[in-house]
Write a protein that binds this ligand. Sequence first.
Ligand code: HEM
Length: 416
Amino acid sequence: MATLPQDPALDSAFSLLRHGYRFISGKCRTLHTDVFRTRLLLRPVVCMQGAEAARLFYEQDKFLRHGAMPARIQKTLTGVDGVQSLDGQPHRHRKHLFIRQLMSPARIEALATLHQAHWHAAMAQWPLNRRMVLFDEAQKILCQSVCAWAGIPLPASELNQRAQAFGRMIDSGARLGLAHWRGRRARKSAEQWISAEIKKTRATGPENSDSLLQAFAWHRDEQGHLLPAGVAAVELINVLRPTVAIAQFMTFSVLALHEYPYVRAPLESSHPDYLDWFVLEVRRFYPFFPFLAAYTRQAFTWQGFEFQKGMLTLLDIYGTNHDPRCWYQPDTFNPERFSNWPQDHYTLLANGGATYEHHHRCPGEWITHRLMKVMVRFLVDNLHYEIPAQDLSFSLADMPALPKSRMIIRPVAYQP
Ligand code: HEM
């Protein structure tokens, strides 16, 4: 049994800020390992990468999620006491609510239809030749679609403010200073808004409606108690906020269409699978969440290395999505790699790994995939646009990463 390889740096917090998405894989390369011990802000942390590490990370007798998410992320991105922080039976019970509400094909199609209609409505009003910041428009259209789908009233006059608030919650977890505090304020106001909707729903009694608002307002825990209104709001925001976050992948989809123009022909043809492969490749290739966090639940040995109980452990998402052992030429954008993908659960970690029911894998993964398809189809089939000169670069040190210009397009023709 060996001790874990040790990062020789006294503290690697600065290196994490400097290297961002490439921090774990970069250290792994230097130390010739898939797992190492380091210190982040003086705290000992284990970092891991690769499919075998992912398989280990999702073993529930070895890892716990409760308390693993840093407070600054809970106060901005995820909220406190949400499904992400639960383990065991309480997690499975709460997760079932998300799976029921988010993963039925009929529900996903209803959201996709709404989303498509909102893109058409937005474009019908957009003056041709006027520049559009695609990331900002996508956030608004996603916010509008998901609120309508979830049964949450959203007056047109509030759309910009609400979409921007979700955007700030997503953007601010890893930021410092003002940007971070803006994210905290945005979360507070979103929680007040959605808590008020939950309370209103409860005050008027159960309705004969299958909206998400009704389902979350009336959800009961394993003891049969309604969730505190604040927690029900955190969970409903766990649907709204990440749906708005799909704008990041939509933006990268447009970047991919621009930078790898050879994908257009198969997308325009009636190839039955190419759009799925394209969306999968965008989700693999481009950065989104950098890593996942959990605590070791007990001491154990893995691949000859000794893990102590209670160690904060980070699993590298970006590095695993770019691991050459899992992906041939991982830094090449190549949708066709998915033509013979075995669909295993530990190599493509963009939305987490393992199972939806028993693990923390993202219950919005199918929605993400479907809405990206709606948007790419719309861009390819209904819109003719130009890409004006702009700074399309993005930095892997920025978490979350986004092209600097937020992807400006100039629509020149729209076909309803
Ligand atoms: C969890 C990614 C969209 C709802 C997660 C996790 C990741 C992720 C990496 C953590 C997995 C883990 O801890 O093992 C993404 C990405 C998205 C996205 C990249 C694209 C924008 C969505 C959407 C929804 C959603 C659209 C809801 C409609 C959730 C929830 C969890 C989660 C509720 C917590 C699940 C649990 O703890 O059991 N997501 N997600 N996500 N996601 Fe997503």
